[in-house]
Design a protein around this ligand. Structure first.
Ligand SMILES: CC(C)(COP(=O)(O)OP(=O)(O)OC[C@H]1O[C@@H](n2cnc3c(N)ncnc32)[C@H](O)[C@@H]1OP(=O)(O)O)[C@@H](O)C(=O)NCCC(=O)NCCS
Length: 199
């Protein structure tokens, strides 16, 4: 089944490669207005589910190869996925409010990975009544490998060539060419790169 597009809003724009639509499966659902979605050609049968509220922006590059990629966008949210990104299972990119997630080129995600730029609910200081957990954008560089069951939380930046270990909970920046692991994730190696091949 090709990717189905359900547009329940107004003024939504789609610039989606017919090849990606035909080869893929899943659905793109617009619950609100003024959203934009662009998806380039892909040689792979990606399962893609996108839900957008309003004023959202999604851009997905060439040759995405995903067992199941889910993008959830609240109002004014933005998600950009680069070229040749692979997902070996369910990967959820979630932006529930005004913020963004950017994923660079040639990244590899294990299965059951969550990336979120917001906590989805407010954490409130009792004395002041103010929210203390504002949304913060997530930036994942090029050629980043994220192990299975990892969780990347709001405001995290991950540098080019970095690796995140299985089941890590990442709350702080990860420098390029380093390995972060554990909960909360700590840097356990530096000066490394990784390769798809078993060398
Ligand atoms: C991140 C990873 C690649 C690092 O491999 P490595 O460099 O050989 O790791 P090591 O076994 O030498 O461990 C280095 C240190 O980090 C810790 N560590 C490594 N991976 C960890 C993890 N996922 N969670 C917690 N700690 C971890 C080790 O306990 C060790 O700590 P120590 O020095 O205090 O003993 C690997 O541990 C990993 O998580 N692999 C899973 C990849 C995956 O999910 N693949 C699915 C397909 S995409």
């Amino acid at each position: 089944m090709p990717i189905a597009v359900h547009d329940f809003g107004r003024n939504n724009e789609f610039d989606i490669s017919p090849v990606a639509l035909a080869r893929g499966s899943g659905q793109i659902v617009m619950h609100g207005n003024n959203n934009f979605v662009a998806i380039q050609d892909s040689r792979f049968a990606t399962r893609l589910d996108i839900a957008m509220s309003g004023n959202g922006f999604v851009q997905i590059g060439y040759d995405i190869n995903a067992v199941h990629l889910v993008l959830h966008l609240g109002p004014d949210a933005e998600i950009t996925v680069g070229n040749a990104v692979s997902c070996n299972g369910l990967v959820r990119l979630m932006v529930h409010e005004r913020a963004s997630i950017r994923v660079g080129d040639q990244c590899l995600f294990g299965g059951d990975v969550d990336v979120t730029a917001s906590d989805m609910h407010s954490l409130v200081d009792v004395a002041t009544g103010r929210r203390v957990n504002p949304a913060a954008s997530v930036m994942i560089g090029n050629r980043v490998w994220i192990g299975q069951k990892a969780t990347i939380l709001k405001g995290v930046t991950i540098g080019d060539g970095a690796v995140v270990g299985a089941s890590a909970v990442v709350t702080r920046p990860v420098p390029g060419n380093s390995v972060a692991a554990g909960n909360p994730a700590r840097i356990v190696r530096t000066g490394v790169t990784w390769d798809f091949r078993l060398l």
